[in-house]
Design a protein around this ligand. Structure first.
Ligand SMILES: Cc1ncc(COP(=O)(O)O)c(C=O)c1O
Length: 408
């Protein structure tokens, strides 16, 4: 039973359509394989499937989700370098051939469980400047890459390409350049050993909102020349990426209701009032929407989640006007690693997601579905038009929303 004061998300699927168009414009040579781990909502996956994206799946469950929507196996990469054998077998039986690896043990597992796999060697990157580092766990060095290629040859496995991930929330585009150049070295090693390598996977790491230091186009303006230098168009190499955050972060807004309030008295005497913040960026990638009125007084506050855990602190210190139980706070840019990572600790249910999409965005999506990606589509502005709605929960579509229904 949903209480009208429960937290909820509003997800604008039209924002994902816009992001897709922006991607094509900024990275015309790179096919996006959306990283399902970032937000596995069925409506998100379905929207991207309709738009023709591929998918990066990390597990059997993600493969099943994507295939249940009708995505063919060629549009799936099993991009987890350390896989359970039973899940490798599942990939084999469901026709998924592309998969990443970065170790000899993984090669031996794949040789037994999926000898026809098309393997993609994941190399390490210098992700020291990323918000969330991944090369501490995954990726082979150039030296190890040569040994792995030799071992794959002995095992009669097909290595079809190279992948990397610069870390989620990349803050230095030069990391991409170095990784693309390293990938070129591995392609050359592979060619020496007789492999036919045709796939470069430049991973994720792209920003999903505008409240970041390094904008999407600032990164792509560095990536494109590097691709042209090391993998020119006439090289015939297919280039893909695994964006997660990029596609979903800004599409989701979270509304939370204040259920309790505690006033903490200051130890020293003096005024409690502080300068008001507005639209203040709290953490990388998400911002809280507080719009104080000119005559509001503000106080230093912290924001806590509803569980009994002392670690459940959302914001340590934030200057806000005084709010009351029952007031709402909006958090923007909440689509990445939120719904997919949420738990029901203490019995608190995950927030319901209400999907919306503007009619023009819906029509554009249908147009892309039917006719492929069109140059004219890039010119259309889907940002300024009103949204219509689609409910994931299967509630009847109101008449005004009829053409925006998403079949989830
Ligand atoms: C293998 C792989 N690909 C893609 C992604 C998505 O990264 P991002 O959300 O930074 O685009 C991740 C994130 O952890 C990942 O591990």
């Amino acid at each position: 039973m949903i209480d009208d004061k429960d937290a909820f998300y509003v997800a604008d699927l039209g924002d994902i359509v816009k992001k897709h168009m922006r991607w094509h414009k900024a990275l015309p040579r790179v096919t996006p394989f959306y990283a399902v781990k970032c937000n596995d909502s069925r409506a998100v996956v379905k929207t991207l499937a309709v738009l023709g994206a591929g998918f990066d799946c990390a597990s059997k469950t993600e493969i099943q989700l994507v295939q249940s929507i009708g995505v063919p196996p060629e549009r799936i990469i099993y991009a987890n370098p350390c896989k359970q054998v039973s899940q490798i077998k599942h990939a084999a039986s469901s026709g998924v051939q592309m998969m990443t690896f970065d170790s000899e043990v993984e090669l031996m597992k794949v040789a037994r469980a999926h000898p026809k796999a098309k393997l993609v060697l994941r190399i390490t990157t210098d992700d020291s400047k990323a918000v969330c580092r991944l090369s501490v766990k995954f990726g082979a060095t150039l030296k190890t890459s040569r040994l792995l290629l030799e071992r794959a040859k002995e095992l009669d496995l097909a290595i079809v390409g190279v992948s990397f991930h610069v870390g989620s929330g990349c803050t230095d585009p030069e990391t991409f350049v170095q990784a693309i150049s390293d990938a070129r070295c591995v392609f050359d090693m592979g060619a020496e050993l007789g492999f036919n390598m045709y796939l470069l996977d430049i991973g994720g790491g792209f920003p999903g909102s505008e409240d970041v230091k390094l904008k999407f186009e600032e990164i792509t303006n560095v990536i494109n020349p590097a691709l042209d230098k090391y993998f020119p168009s006439d090289s015939g190499i297919n280039i893909i990426a695994e964006p997660g955050r990029y596609y979903v972060a800004s599409a989701f807004t979270l509304a939370v209701n204040i259920i309790a309030k505690k006033i903490v008295l200051k130890e020293q005497t003096g005024s409690d009032e502080v300068e008001c913040y507005s639209d203040y960026d709290i953490t990388s990638g998400s911002s809280v929407l507080i719009r104080p009125k000119p005559d509001d007084s503000c106080y230093s506050c912290s924001i806590w989640g509803p569980t009994c855990d002392g670690l459940d602190r959302i914001v340590e210190r934030f200057n806000m006007p005084e709010l009351q139980v029952g007031d709402w706070i909006l958090f923007e840019n909440m689509g990445a690693y939120t719904v997919a990572a949420a738990s029901t600790f203490n019995g608190f249910q995950r927030p319901t997601i209400h999907y919306v999409m503007s009619r023009p965005a819906w029509q554009l999506m249908q147009q892309i579905k039917e006719q492929g990606f069109l140059a004219e589509a890039e010119e259309q502005d889907v940002s300024s038009l009103p949204v219509s709605c689609a409910w994931e929960s299967g509630i009847e579509y109101p008449a005004t929303c009829a053409s925006a229904s998403i079949n989830v």
